[in-house]
Design a protein around this ligand. Structure first.
Ligand SMILES: Nc1ncnc2c1ncn2[C@@H]1O[C@H](COP(=O)(O)OP(=O)(O)OP(=O)(O)O)[C@@H](O)[C@H]1O
Ligand SMILES: [Mg+2]
Length: 139
């Protein structure tokens, strides 16, 4: 298992997924990539100003938690990198996995919205449905 891709949305469960992925990377000597996707905003009723403000806030928040992750990983004996993309989360996760030819994608069963009555969130469901490599769902 050479390459592991973890999808992180800043939620507790994706932190748990990251922890699992770090364990695996240590055990198998794998390369670890942590990917977060800043989602596109589809709310058409937003003014351009509101859209910019929301995007700025999301970007700032994402930069902060990804920096924390980067620093935490640097302290571990794992080869790792963090990447941030913008767009549709599931699409970007799948695209990155394909491009990097990863051996496994690690996701949380739920994310930030956490409607726990569903078995899984929409992003993890889509990743499982369309991935061409194994997917580990952490719950
Ligand atoms: N924007 C994102 N960037 C990277 N990974 C993500 C992103 N959103 C979700 N994920 C990954 O998918 C997992 C499940 O999150 P998902 O978004 O499917 O559930 P949810 O937020 O509870 O529900 P939903 O978004 O469908 O309302 C997360 O733990 C994370 O691993
Ligand atoms: Mg979500």
């Amino acid at each position: 298992m050479k390459k592991i891709l973890v999808a992180h949305d800043g939620s507790k469960l994706s932190d748990k997924a990251l922890k699992k992925a770090v364990e695996m990377a240590i055990r198998y000597g794998s390369n670890l990539t942590v990917l977060t996707v800043i989602p596109d905003l589809y709310l058409t009723e937003l003014s351009d100003l509101d859209r910019t403000r929301i995007m700025d806030a999301l970007t700032e928040e994402t930069t902060m938690f990804m920096e924390k992750i980067r620093a935490a990983l640097a302290a571990k004996s794992v080869e790792s990198k963090t990447i941030t993309r913008q767009g549709m989360p599931a699409e970007k996760i799948l695209e990155t996995a394909k491009k990097m030819k990863v051996d496994v994608i690690v996701v949380g069963s739920h994310g930030r919205h956490g409607a726990k009555k569903f078995l899984m969130g929409s992003v993890s469901s889509k990743v499982i449905e369309y991935a061409t490599c194994p997917v580990l769902v952490v719950k």
